[in-house]
Design a protein around this ligand. Structure first.
Ligand code: HH2
Length: 346
């Protein structure tokens, strides 16, 4: 294979970068692998296949960004941004606590989010906001299972369960959930990965440092991006070892989970680095305190800040966003997709 003198990159790869409008030396892409993945993520499936072959030649790990099959539905990963709507069936979540504690209200809100364009509904029964106390598994099950059961029986949209407890995950999967969203990256409960695998579930492997009670006291890292990446890699390996198919794994940097404002901002602008793990990236910034700190606004006034972080995350390589305000963030995602992926929503 011919190698161009100026960059050390094989010529066909340089050509592909140019065709896709990604310049390796324009300061946008931080390194050759990141540039490769940035280009790959924006290609339609048939070109991504070519990209995968090239990645193999280069020794870069990567997977196709074709739709992800979950719970009988197809998530358009890599084609357009997947919007995960947050549904907290809790009395104390930092943004929507108490609003959907009643199962009737929770189901109504889920249907509304689906109407607004949610691709996944993420049902949680325990707040993991900084300072939150854990909830016993029985109570968490009592909160989430009736809602999941009703939704799974009436909508095609995949339901995910936001829990780090294998017992809760199993009850939710039995009730019809198709995705396990674990804020401890499958690393707190040793049974979690095998439960997800046994039910054929997709998983979200999220990074967190410490537990919610203490995680924001003084989070420190030598190199936040490297440490988050290594943690996520461990979680993904656990999932794969337990039998979760590689094409059903998401990774998530865990914005706000044991991180300072600077850690959060650094991670958001370093998503390309995480792409080299080869899994689609989910990002949850919705109404979080990083926005409050940057803009100096309370939790009720973080819509614009959330929109900015959603657009930036997509531009930096996120495949999905976890949000409370689905109607607005669907539009923000569609508009950002039109710019970044060159994709117009129908
Ligand atoms: N953030 C929260 C909860 N679960 N899961 C993923 N994958 N990524 C996230 O960023 C994430 C998450 C916290 O937000 P929320 O659920 O709205 O609040 P609370 O924990 O107070 O219920």
């Amino acid at each position: 294979m011919a190698v161009a003198a100026d960059s050390g990159w094989p010529e066909p790869v340089q050509l592909l970068f140019r065709l896709d409008g990604v310049a390796v030396h324009d300061g946008v892409a931080s390194g050759p692998q990141e540039a490769f993945f940035a280009a790959l993520s924006r290609w339609p499936a048939e070109h991504a296949r070519l990209g995968e072959a090239l990645a193999g030649l280069l020794g870069v790990r990567c997977r196709l960004r074709t739709p992800m099959e979950v719970g009988g539905a197809s998530l358009p990963v890599g084609q357009r941004t997947v919007v995960m709507g947050v549904l907290n069936v809790t009395p104390d979540s930092f943004y929507d606590g108490g609003r959907y504690f009643d199962p009737e209200a929770a189901c109504r809100r889920a249907l509304e989010m689906i109407e607004e364009g949610a691709d996944v509904i993420d049902v949680g029964g325990e707040s993991t906001r900084p300072g939150a106390e854990p909830v016993p598994a029985e109570e968490e099950i009592r909160r989430v299972v009736p809602v999941i059961q009703r939704l799974a029986g009436s909508v095609k949209t995949p339901i995910s369960v936001d829990t780090y407890k294998a017992r809760v995950a199993e009850a939710a999967l039995k009730a019809g959930a198709a995705i396990v969203n674990d804020v401890t990256g499958l690393q707190k409960d040793p049974e979690m990965a095998s439960v997800a695998a046994a039910y054929g579930a997709a998983v979200v492997v999220m990074h967190s440092k410490g537990d919610p009670r203490t995680m924001q006291l003084n989070p420190t890292y030598r190199d936040v991006v490297r440490e988050v990446k290594e943690y996520l890699e461990r979680g993904c390996e656990r999932a794969i070892r337990a039998g979760v198919p590689e094409d059903r794994i998401w990774i998530d940097p865990g914005i706000g989970f044991g991180k300072t404002v600077e850690h959060n901002l650094t991670l958001l602008r370093s998503l390309r680095e995480l792409r080299t793990l080869g899994f689609p990236i989910l990002v949850g910034t919705s109404n979080k305190s990083v926005i409050g700190h940057v803009l100096g606004v309370p939790v009720s006034q973080r819509l614009e800040g959330t929109a900015a972080t959603v657009a930036a995350a997509i531009a930096y390589g996120a495949d999905g966003v976890r949000v409370h305000d689905v109607r607005v963030m669907r539009m923000v995602s569609d508009m950002t997709d039109a710019v970044v992926r060159g994709r117009r929503s129908p």
